[in-house]
Design a protein around this ligand. Structure first.
Ligand SMILES: [Zn+2]
Length: 301
């Protein structure tokens, strides 16, 4: 478990990632209600498309993973068994792009003949190294790993995150490493100067430690409160052409932005649900993300 009260030199508690991303203490009732809502959303979408031809235009969805454990009530953990089933289905049914192919496709330089996905994994948790990376290697499937250097620097003491040696190893074997900010703080809740410092510190530390790709970035937390067009412009000026949020949605070539949506893969969802999500039957969930933002802005959530 992540240690409590370990502040870095700027006094920003790294436990912010523990509270949110570790998913401790989630209310089971809230978890069940969310699953019910997602299933209803998929059911309605399936009903709606049953009597008409599905789109023949291939789509690209960026799948967002975090941890790989059997903790059902950890909202962002996928069990290793479920992950293997998902990889098996993906390898047989869609094109799984690596970061470079995604970049080419999004710039309009790659013709897709069927749906495609890019697998992304946030935070650099140890469970990625122990459970997901061996499966990705076994299926020869690439992925994009977003890490926070300040958390990796503390890996020895926390045991929660991968160490630099682990990250260097995966980066030589099909995993592209990229920035998730330095300390996993919301860039949307600090001054623009502080946000830029956070991005630059991460970039510099990654350059020292691993052969990272500096075109890709994932906003910590990634809700609408955690990014903006101004932050996107700042990141673009530093070379980040592809910045991912946690807002639900699909990607299309030539979108005219450097901020892109993703599709969160969560715990406790069946393979059938996963397939429906990859096929776009949960795309209406974006409305939920938009509603949550509306409520957050009014302090009701
Ligand atoms: Zn994160």
């Amino acid at each position: 478990m992540h240690s409590k009260g370990n502040n870095n030199s700027d006094g920003v508690s790294l436990d912010v990632v523990a509270r949110y991303d570790m998913g401790y203490g989630i209310n089971p009732m809230r978890w069940y209600l969310k699953k019910l809502a997602r299933k209803a959303c998929i059911g309605l979408s399936t009903l709606n498309t049953r009597n008409r031809c599905e789109s023949i235009v291939p789509s690209i969805r960026v799948l967002a993973y975090h941890r790989f454990t059997n903790n059902k009530f950890d909202p962002v953990a996928v069990s290793p068994k479920d992950f293997e089933q998902q990889l098996r289905w993906l390898s047989a049914n869609v094109d799984v792009l690596d970061a470079e192919s995604f970049k080419v496709a999004m710039n309009g330089g790659l013709a897709l003949h069927r749906d495609a996905v890019l697998i992304t994994v946030d935070d650099g948790h140890r469970s990625f190294f122990e459970h997901a990376y061996p499966l990705l290697a076994a299926y020869n499937i690439p992925a994009l790993l977003f890490v926070c250097p300040a958390l990796i620097d503390k890996a020895n003491s926390s045991r929660e995150f991968m160490e630099w040696d682990d990250i260097r190893k995966v980066s030589l074997n099909g995993i592209t490493v990229a920035s998730h900010g330095n300390k996993h703080i919301s860039l949307g809740k600090v001054s623009s100067e502080k946000a830029e410092e956070e991005v630059l510190n991460a970039q510099n530390r990654l350059k020292q430690c691993v052969n990272a790709n500096h075109c890709f970035f994932a906003f910590p937390f990634g809700t609408r409160l955690d990014f903006s067009e101004t932050l996107g412009a700042m990141l673009l000026s530093l070379g980040y052409q592809f910045c991912f949020s946690s807002i639900h949605g699909k990607c299309e070539p030539l979108m005219g932005t450097n901020i892109f949506p993703r599709v969160k893969i969560e715990s406790g969802e069946s393979l059938k649900t996963f397939i429906a999500i990859v096929k776009g039957h949960l795309d209406a969930w974006r409305l939920v993300d938009d509603s949550a933002w509306w409520l957050q802005q009014r302090g009701r959530f």
